[in-house]
Design a protein around this ligand. Structure first.
Ligand SMILES: [Zn+2]
Ligand SMILES: [Zn+2]
Length: 381
């Protein structure tokens, strides 16, 4: 009994001492401090784990911003697809209603045959590849248990990721051999539609360059006519023509005034000239911008890497260079072989039937396993 009483007294003394010490450190009442400690523990228990670092905290804080950007991009995808269809249709409308009748009336038979054959082949290739690029699934890794080799686990989908697979925040799923998410297609570019995407870029660039080059003289004539009649209108109103309008008029027509009698300039003439100018400006701009993008993708394909792997391989090259080693892309099979694998060319005739004509053949790999000419430990993940 005596030893029990001594123990209780000792415990009470300890509690009192502890309370005095704490009270010395903080003036807050004990219940408030306990509540504060409980709340801290509660918050920590919600997100803390041994892998938490500043990057995870940064990602968590900015997650609503990422969600918003992804949502807007997803929504704008539909708008961009409509824009591509409307702009392409407007060029076709001008080509069929204005240019083609002009070609039939003024060109020789050989030139007519060239414009009709080339123009329609290019159009078929553009429409076919754009449709296939938007409608073909880029390829997704299996979600059920299987024996495929994987290099990591997606933290968002919680599924194994095969080599070259990456998570797309806009599609909200993992994509096999992901290249990038294209808002102009409203689709991810991956293993099964990469060829359609690249062919679309090539044929759209060719089509725009064809319109721009063959329509250059028509554009100059239309521009001169518009400027000439604009000057006549202004002069009739007694306003002097100065500045950029006069400079362009001199540069393009070579004279400030036209001494020849001027035929009546109807609304239809004005609309035709404006349509030709619109077509030339749009096709020239797209030819330059899309041409640059197409060259960039061609360089990547020749190296056997995707847009994402370009960054990963660059970092890996720097890391190994610091160790005095040289990094080699494990998916690079040589320039010509990379092109053959990309287009699915297995024999010479395939360059025509599978590259220059519409073709729906499957890609070289299933996107899950890859033939590797170099060591496995050098695969970028
Ligand atoms: Zn994922
Ligand atoms: Zn995507």
């Amino acid at each position: 009994m005596r030893w029990w009483l001594i123990s209780v007294l000792h415990l009470l003394r300890c509690v009192r001492l502890r309370s005095c010490t704490k009270r010395g450190r903080s003036r807050l009442p004990l219940w408030l401090r306990e509540l504060w400690a409980y709340m801290k523990l509660l918050v920590w228990s919600l997100y803390f784990n041994s892998l938490t670092d500043s990057d995870v905290v940064f990602d968590s804080v900015f997650e609503p911003v990422f969600w918003t950007v992804d949502y807007i991009t997803r929504w704008f995808g539909l708008v961009f697809v409509c824009l591509v269809v409307i702009l392409t249709s407007s060029i076709l409308l001008i080509a069929y209603t204005i240019l083609l009748p002009m070609v039939f009336h003024t060109y020789s038979t050989a030139w007519i045959a060239w414009h009709v054959c080339y123009g329609h082949w290019n159009l078929v290739m553009i429409v076919f590849h754009y449709y296939k690029a938007t409608k073909t699934s880029p390829g997704y890794p299996p979600t059920v248990k299987n024996d495929i080799p994987f290099v990591s686990v997606c933290k968002r989908c919680i599924i194994p990721k095969p080599a070259r697979t990456h998570h797309c925040g806009i599609c909200n799923r993992c994509i096999l051999k992901m290249d990038h998410h294209c808002p102009w297609l409203n689709n991810c570019v991956g293993q099964f539609n990469h060829r359609y995407f690249f062919s679309f870029c090539v044929f759209m660039t060719l089509g725009c360059a064809y319109c721009s080059i063959s329509g250059r003289n028509l554009f100059l004539d239309a521009y001169n006519a518009l400027e000439r009649f604009k000057h006549l209108d202004v002069e009739k109103q007694g306003i002097p023509v100065t500045g950029m309008g006069l400079l362009l008029g001199i540069l393009l027509s070579g004279q400030t005034k036209d001494p020849t009698p001027v035929p009546p300039y109807t609304f239809k003439d004005r609309m035709i000239h404006k349509s030709i100018i619109y077509m030339w400006v749009l096709t020239s701009t797209v030819a330059v911008a899309l041409g640059a993008l197409t060259i960039w993708h061609a360089v990547l394909i020749a190296r056997g890497e995707t847009s994402i792997e370009k960054h990963i391989n660059g970092k890996e090259t720097e890391r190994l260079a610091k160790q005095g080693k040289v990094y080699r892309n494990p998916h690079n099979h040589g320039r010509l072989n990379n092109w053959k694998m990309f287009f699915g060319v297995e024999k010479t005739s395939h360059w025509v039937t599978r590259v220059l004509l519409p073709s729906v053949h499957a890609p070289h790999s299933d996107g899950l396993t890859w033939d590797l000419p170099v060591k496995k430990e050098m695969i970028p993940v």
